[in-house]
Design a protein around this ligand. Sequence first.
Ligand code: UD1
Ligand code: UDP
Length: 368
Amino acid sequence: MLKIASVVGTRPNFIKISPLVNEIKRHRDVKHILIHTGQHYDKQMSKSFFDELGIPKPDINLGVGSAHDAVQTARIILELEKVLSREKPDLVIVVGDVNSTFAAAITAKKCGIPVAHVESGLRSFDMGMPEEINRILTDHISDFLFTTEESGNENLLKEGVDKRKIFFVGNVMIDTLLHHRKKAEKSAILSKLRLKKNEYFVLTLHRPSNVDDQKSLERTLGILEPLLQKIKIVFPVHPRTLKSLKRYNLLSRISSKKNMVLTGPLGYLDFLHLMANAKLVITDSGGIQEETTVLGVPCITLRKNTERPVTCKQGTNVLVSAEKNEVVDAASRIISGQKPTARIPKFWDGKAAGRIVKTLLQAKGRQV
Ligand code: UD1
Ligand code: UDP
């Protein structure tokens, strides 16, 4: 029997693994184990996604918790090595670009186990981002590189990756979105937060470059002030950002602003419903750039670069660096009714997980 271990650790990982777990489950001759590193651990950042997306409880939780990037990576390696030596899977699947992704990939390779990287090839060309380091290192030690957009294929080929390892399959995060979209329509989040469709913006922030130091965080929040005069902004606060808001005494300042609706991190279905009915999403998230493209909702990404250029070329995303006027101008155009036209990128069709599992089973000589 073929044994596959998938390793996840953060909120976007759970969303990406969900369709893969379902797809693997369809094959009775494959044993699957799910390993949670414990990088994210709050109920609203972890368990709520397992419950809402019907992901089985992890077989193993390494419980590493929070620490500086290097220490967190090291702790995952130490704990995971014990598990992989004991479980001896034939293949390890990792998703995305977080510390858990790279730590799991390097541990598997050092244990002599082949690695499949889902969401391969994305590049921001900004080595100041911890995720860029994780992406490059993970790609160069993986055996199966599953890409979500053409830029991923091009980047990998330019970096000298053997083209036989690259599989352009589409986007598992979009599989999850398409699968849960109908269900999300039943969410009561709009009435709970007293919002009307198309009459609010959604904001998410958690990139270290926007939230870790006081000056950047104050500058980012300052951008919103003129917009709050015009429209409600719903801000589900990521725990990293909450920590900074408290550290710099900014929490009471923003929560007292007229039109600012602060919440904790939301569950998947509530957040999807909130995005789908928003006039605009302002974010620095990776995944949300992709989701807004598929939902056809305008998105302003508060970053200098994106590793997901297809969301700007074909989707609704515009990159606006955190310069006040540019953001206000871009948002004002949307308030006045301008809406970008969007195309759905190739293979973002809800079938990416099926293509991935088929490729893996064929490579392992299984019937599919
Ligand atoms: C991580 C990923 C980032 C991804 C994001 C998704 C890395 C380097 N970064 O960033 O790429 O976009 O997850 O959300 O892997 N915390 C809690 N509760 C939790 C988890 C975190 O309070 O359940 C707090 C802790 O104070 C922690 C901080 O958030 O120190 C940051 O968490 P961490 O996982 O290190 O990075 P993220 O910013 O979440
Ligand atoms: N998300 C969510 N609740 C929230 C904010 C985000 O369910 O309050 C979902 C969002 O729809 C997307 C994923 O979390 O599927 C994105 O995760 P995040 O922004 O934390 O990470 P990134 O994509 O930047 O790595």
